[in-house]
Design a protein around this ligand. Sequence first.
Ligand code: SAH
Length: 434
Amino acid sequence: MCYTIPGKVINVQDNIATVEYFGRHKKAINELAQLLPGDYVYAQGGYVIAKVSAQEAEQVLRTWQELFVSLQEIDAQLTRPVLQNKNTPLEKILDKAVRRVSLTGEEKLFLSGLTEPRDKELFYKTANFLRQKYHANACCVHGIIEISNGCGRNCNYCGISTHNKGLVRYRMTKTEIIEAVHEAVMVHGFKALVLQSGEGAGYSIDELGEIIREIKNQYAVLILISFGEIGKTGLKKLFDCGARGLLMRFETSNPGLYAWLHPGFSLASRLESLRDAFEMGYLIITGSLIGLPGQTRQDIINDIELGCDLQAEMLSFGPFLPHAQTPLAKSNAPQENDMCDVLALARVLAPAQTKILVTTAFETLSAQARYNGLLCGANSLMLNATPLAFRPLYSLYPRRAHEQESIAFQVDQAVSLLQSLGRVPMDLGIADRK
Ligand code: SAH
């Protein structure tokens, strides 16, 4: 099974390759020497990650060509035309969004506060329509390896923070990490992997750099890092070793709420890291927690807009799920519908610009999260490729979805769900940022 489909290079200019997938042209940054028109490549997140032989590419493409076309039909049927009438205030606002006319602040608030099931349905369908229009039936499937649950930060909501004194801490060795990467890439076909840990998990930047360099030497895979705030020098060093993506949520766009949740830390410094990383060439995955105590609907609209302002390649919004060993143990989690509202709003406000993830936390909140999320604007999944023995220790929140599932099982589940929705596990490259 393959998580990215080979494309044919149409031309290469400076370091930008134009790559064709089933008639669609996409641009990808090329760092490989000697790439020529006619070559076949795998690209991820807008980076060419490997050349493939014509024989391998043509074989994979033959399998997908037929499926791609029949899947597109399923997707199109599920994305029935919406907005035949434009009479109600809701229809008028959604029509504006479809025509890509900017919405006013009040209109955004109106969308985020719908209560009638019929209104919500129209809102979600419009989001799905926009997803289909700008991203076709591609769905990114990345893997994540949680290399350590060590953390020096005191985030008031987080189960691996310093608040959780009783948690057994682990730190995978370089060999264990490379073995996990090997399995994800060579056995399960992942082409993009996030390496994640708490902040200050005990690895030096040089150690992390060495691990990334070795992975990049051995495997054709896009590496995204998620080690928290590692400073500009740290980001630069890891970029030089081959990391090309950063997963770091800003958690909330509200500076006061941020300061209350993260005593002693500031939103400004987190945003500075995200902006530095983007400037260096990192693909950015960012977003926020939904349902935080005191968070307003306007805060969530601001979260979406901040994610776009940070030029996110992918937005990641997850419900806040209270963890017993943290100061916020007694707070409430949001409802499933609240999450669908956020995903739909993100898609309506940023139709073409960004991929939107169905997060594991959302899947933990609701067994229907993937299905519903993918039908209200989302187009990305992240599967857990952490060795099973470590997974329960990466206890951000209780009863995490997929905690006990092998990678093979998760892959099967994801692929069959995607196929039932007419989606292809494929990365079509950098989103249209206009
Ligand atoms: N050190 C990395 C990874 C942090 S853990 C970093 O700073 O980016 C990954 C994410 O888990 C966090 O960004 C946070 O949004 C989420 N998380 C932590 N505790 C949570 C909780 N109780 N409920 C839901 N998500 C949580």
